[in-house]
Write a protein that binds this ligand. Sequence first.
Ligand code: B1M
Length: 221
Amino acid sequence: MDADQILQQLYDQTLAGNRPEVVDLTEQGLVDGIEPTTMLFEALIPALEEVGARFERGDFFVPEMLIAGRAMAGALEIVRPLLADTGSDTIGTFLMGTVKGDVHDIGKNLVDIMLEGAGFKVIDLGVQVAPETFVEAIQEHKPDVVGFSAFLTTTMPMFKVNIEALQKAGMRDDVIVLVGGAPVTQEYADVVGADGYAPDAAEATRRAKQLLEERRALTPA
Ligand code: B1M
């Protein structure tokens, strides 16, 4: 198979939720010199977008979404060390989690990988993270940035609940709050009082670095 065929197969097999095949194709792609980011952005992510489109049309149901997600996760496990390990010094600590009521984690995990690749130490609290869990973790780890992911219009309001929990705990000014996830917009981030928003993993990394640099420039040494 040439590179185009591998990418096409990766797309098809992710759409079909065939995890073992997706894992094999990802490994084959690396052996053949295909960049991990090419596999991500030209096959894996488009396949999940198509899964979402089919779900909206009623052609796919939750089980199909679930197995496609698991297939994508199999590929992410393989590319993760290649994307995350830059050997660079730690530039800051990033506390991450998907908000309460939401189990989506593939996009969040991709953001983690890119942040690690940029030099952040990432502490990921997983999915369905309650506001009080974020508060406790901030007390314990003292991160520079806290990231809230939400993938459903019904769970986006948890951003505001989380930010209010930080305010109540007297720690809102101690951390930069970055938000993101499929249905989130800059306007929504502004309304809930987040410091930043990013539409994808690459932009999340750029924005986190930028916000951290701005904050450090304002803080006396
Ligand atoms: Co669900 N799901 N899902 N799902 N799912 C979506 C999100 C949906 C858009 C599908 C659709 O209708 N087209 C829809 C949400 C509609 C809405 O609210 N607007 C939906 C729904 C409705 C549901 C259920 C309610 C279905 C049901 O039960 N009836 C249910 C909810 C469960 C719950 O959470 N309580 C549900 C369940 C599931 C599965 C468990 C089956 C599975 C998740 C598996 C997993 O994550 N482990 C699943 C999947 C796979 C999807 C789709 C198909 C794919 C999501 C994905 O991984 N995308 C999704 C459709 C779609 O997205 N087109 C869909 C790939 C990923 C790389 O992109 O997640 O956008 P994304 O992440 C990006 C950015 O958002 C951004 O960077 C990431 C990487 O570039 N980003 C950040 C993410 N976090 C960030 C944080 C930041 C900054 C940027 O700063 C902190």
